[in-house]
Design a protein around this ligand. Structure first.
Ligand code: ZN
Ligand code: ZN
Length: 371
């Protein structure tokens, strides 16, 4: 499953070629890539604190001593500059900018602080140009290998969930369930969770991004779990509600609305469809049921090297879905004091429609567990 260094190098080179072309088209001299996931995407190097200097034809990885060996292993073909102990990586940037006489330099402003921005600006003679989103745009369309890796990440997340589900006991706390999930994800070959799992029992399920507490399973009849695995750098992201006692009628009602909304949105997914329309399919279902204000977040998001990345499905995004995008669809209804329901699956946009990559049962009757 894991690629050879040569395959990683070839893919990174193809991705860089697209950025090289854009640098040329836009009349820039260089592009300083500072987002660490963008650096990984364009080089295969998985460490942090390193930047990539790209021109219309060249690429230089700027890093430090800690990563010398890792760079030799992960991207031996790439030109590299390792800073001295008494230098900062930005000293290297200034050095290259000066020697190459670069005038127009693209940067990613959201990845650097204002002071670093000012530092670069004052040390180069040219102009800084906003190139934010150039790499993210490429990252939004996954290649075959990325899709395989994401499939594996989802499989690991699902296997881990099935184990913790079968081992759930009345006295377990939200924190213990989160811990058990992480343990199982690692046991199945993941490198960890793709984010800190959200485990909300009863009323705590009303917190869309609640931090696991010491509330115990036996205190309420249901629990919401939002989790994901990380595998070879790639995330997965799923949510299910498990019922641990007799199904409360209110839970059945809310769950039915959310599931209907989710299926309506998934049914819309195909290349060329406006993301706003997909969001609307779910949102209008929830609105018609009278819970408009209780669904206050976007419908879903892309994921890959990061858990949240382009594209974002929301009521205002007029962008279109394209083949190769992988997105979550995760409508929810949250009622403070009572609880909440969110159902989240991972969907691949295919050439002529979509494929739901995640397959855990989601009808409420299939989510009942005996303690
Ligand atoms: Zn999630
Ligand atoms: Zn999500």
């Amino acid at each position: 499953m894991k690629d050879t260094t040569h395959q990683v190098h070839q893919r990174a080179k193809q991705r860089r070629a697209k950025i090289h072309r854009k640098i040329k088209q836009m009349g820039l001299d260089a592009f300083l890539v500072t987002d660490e996931k963008n650096v990984t995407y364009l080089t295969g190097f998985t460490g942090d604190s390193s930047y990539l200097w790209l021109t219309s034809g060249d690429a230089i990885l700027l890093s430090d001593f800690r990563y010398t060996t890792q760079i030799e292993e992960e991207c031996p073909q790439l030109d590299t500059l390792i800073r001295d102990a008494n230098q900062t990586t930005f000293n290297l940037v200034t050095q290259i900018a000066k020697t190459s006489k670069s005038k127009f330099i693209g940067i990613e402003p959201s990845c650097i602080s204002k002071s670093v921005y000012d530092q670069i600006q004052s040390s180069v003679s040219g102009e800084l140009v906003d190139t934010e989103g150039w790499v993210e745009e490429l990252r939004a369309i996954k290649d075959k290998n990325e899709i395989l890796t994401i499939r594996r990440s989802i499989q690991i997340a699902e296997k881990a969930f099935s184990v913790i589900r079968s081992q759930m006991t009345a006295d377990q706390t939200e924190r213990q369930i989160a811990h058990n999930l992480e343990h199982q994800i690692r046991a199945f070959g993941g490198s960890g969770c793709s984010f800190d799992p959200i485990v909300g029992i009863g009323p705590r399920a009303a917190l869309p991004h609640g931090i696991p507490s010491i509330r115990r399973i036996e205190q309420d009849p249901f629990v919401l779990i939002d989790w994901g695995a990380r595998y070879n750098g790639y995330a997965s992201d799923l949510t299910r509600v498990l019922v641990t006692a007799r199904i409360p009628p209110k839970l059945r009602k809310i769950h039915d609305i959310v599931l209907t909304a989710q299926l309506a949105a998934i049914a819309k997914i195909r290349p060329g469809v406006c993301m706003q329309k997909v969001d609307h399919a779910a949102r209008s279902t929830i609105e018609r049921a009278g819970y408009k204000k209780q669904f206050g977040h976007g419908l879903g998001h892309g994921f890959g090297l990061r858990i949240h990345e382009t594209p974002f499905l929301s009521p205002i995004n007029k962008g279109q879905l394209c083949p190769g995008m992988v997105v979550t669809i995760e409508p929810g209804i949250y009622l403070p004091g009572w609880g909440g329901v969110r159902i989240e699956d991972d969907i691949l946009v295919t050439k002529d429609g979509c494929e739901v990559l995640s397959g855990l049962p989601k009808s409420l009757d299939e989510c009942v567990i005996e303690l």
